[in-house]
Design a protein around this ligand. Structure first.
Ligand SMILES: [Zn+2]
Length: 463
């Protein structure tokens, strides 16, 4: 190999700027590259999309090599390549460029594979499966090889294909389309879609939640043990797994708080949401004290299984937690006479309805969480606090619950806030005062006349 006259190259990113693909330098702080910033018109700017490229000259030739979409990996690739340059300049023959360098242009399939690989640690298995299915079916549908070639028309075609050829429900097609659109956009595709491009999903589904009276009926018919369990769901808003893996060390009776913490030894890992500590009402703490007294000493989990509670005596870490809570709830719901009666289900291989078996589909553990969230909003908690209580990463998720407040509820809140009186000047306040009194005077008169009349009737022996 000839001695190379190479200068250490620079790290760039290919992004879409004013509709054109453009190489821009990756921003530096001191002599360190920033994985998530580029320089646009001299200013460091946050950037989430675009492929990184190493850019250097070698033997008078300009070389640009794609090094993926992960900033940290790209910086590492640049570091290795710089080292190789130094060696070559000093006369050492190095055949290979940085091993992280992708040989040539990465195909869409490769980039999607990388994406899924990256998300394996951050997405929950269920979500990962959804992503994988949607992206795989898009790859099977499109004939294009590179992400840069994907246009909004390809997404529209994919949506049409799903609803017409695959006969998917509009809602399913929309969810899959959104995943593909979101991922490809994240990987640098420019896919501007209009609102009308997405399949029409009839009726915006409300998040199903329990009516107060339904909960009152349920709780008045269940065992004391279940009363405490369902109360725990209703007053913490915890997800099923968070309840199942809640330990006594998570409950701080003094501060009136309960935490959601990881328990890797039990297989409970918090992936895409953070650990959190939330305040709970005094009444729930009382119930938990009572519940604690019924468990063997040194019990680890708050809600262990019945078997573990009995024979196994003290439940050590690694002991079984309650995983059949949904079945228990369905049974309680059925016994309370709350099943809707309309769900068509199979039981023992026979078709029947939820009027006869504890399988109503209008019941679910997650509905406790919806109910809790809506109750907080109804009680006037602000959305940021509600979001924190639920452990949402993004307030936008919490905002969905706002749709569940009906106009009646909003009107009630509006009146309770007395907002309508905010601008009434003094002289008109007087009028309002008079009007209210005029009404109450009139009704008082009517009432006293009514009273006189019934006294007369009683006196006449008619009543
Ligand atoms: Zn039902």
């Amino acid at each position: 190999m000839t001695k190379t006259k190479a200068a250490a190259g620079s790290l760039k990113r290919k992004i879409k700027l004013d509709g054109n693909w453009t190489f821009v330098p990756v921003a530096k702080r001191g002599d360190r590259y920033r994985p998530d910033e580029v320089v646009i018109q001299g200013l460091p700017t946050k950037m989430k999309q675009g492929t990184f490229y190493l850019d250097w000259r070698e033997d008078g030739k300009r070389i640009q090599k794609a090094v993926g979409t992960n900033g940290h990996e790209a910086i590492e690739a640049h570091r290795v390549q710089t080292k190789i340059h130094e060696l070559r300049v000093s006369g050492v023959a190095v055949e290979q460029d940085a091993p992280q360098l992708a040989p040539g242009r990465e195909s869409m399939r490769q980039r999607i594979d990388h994406f899924l690989e990256d998300r394996r640690v951050t997405l929950r298995p269920k979500s990962l499966k959804k992503y994988s299915e949607a992206l795989t079916s898009f790859l099977a549908f499109t004939k294009k090889r590179y992400i840069e070639d994907i246009k909004p028309d390809d997404i529209r075609g994919f949506l049409a294909h799903m609803t017409l050829a695959e006969k998917l429900a509009p809602k399913t097609a929309k969810v899959k389309g959104r995943i593909v659109h979101g991922v490809l956009t994240g990987l640098g595709a420019a896919l501007r879609m209009e609102r009308g491009d997405w399949p029409k999903v009839t009726k915006k589904q409300r998040r199903p939640m329990y009516q107060t009276v339904t909960m009152q009926t349920l709780l008045s018919t269940v065992s004391r043990e279940h009363y405490i369990l369902w109360s725990f769901f209703l007053h913490t808003g915890f997800r099923e797994q968070e309840v199942a893996f809640c330990s006594w060390s998570d409950v701080d009776f003094k501060r009136g708080e309960i935490s959601v913490t990881e328990k890797p030894h039990l297989g409970f890992e918090i992936k895409n949401y953070q650990q959190r500590t939330v305040p709970v009402p005094e009444e729930l703490l009382d119930l938990l004290r009572e519940h604690n007294a019924t468990l063997p000493p040194n019990s680890f989990l708050v809600f262990p299984t019945r078997a573990a509670k009995g024979a196994a005596a003290s439940l050590k870490p690694g002991g079984k937690n309650r995983l059949n809570m949904l079945d228990l709830l369905k049974f309680d719901y059925y016994l309370a006479g709350l099943n809707c009666g309309g769900c068509e289900v199979t039981a023992g291989g026979k078709a029947t309805t939820c009027a006869k078996v504890p399988q109503c589909r209008r019941v679910g553990l997650h509905m406790f969480r919806h109910t809790f969230a809506t109750n907080l909003l109804r009680a006037g908690f602000n959305i940021v606090d509600v979001s924190r209580q639920l452990g949402h990463q993004d307030v936008a998720t919490t905002q969905i619950y706002l749709h569940d407040l009906s106009n009646d509820e909003l009107r009630e809140q509006l009146n309770a806030s007395r907002m309508g009186t905010m601008y009434i000047p003094e002289q008109f306040k007087q009028t309002e005062y008079k009007r209210i009194h005029a009404v109450s005077d009139a009704s008082r008169k009517r009432m006293s006349e009514g009273g006189k009349r019934s006294a007369q009737l009683r006196a006449a022996g008619i009543d």
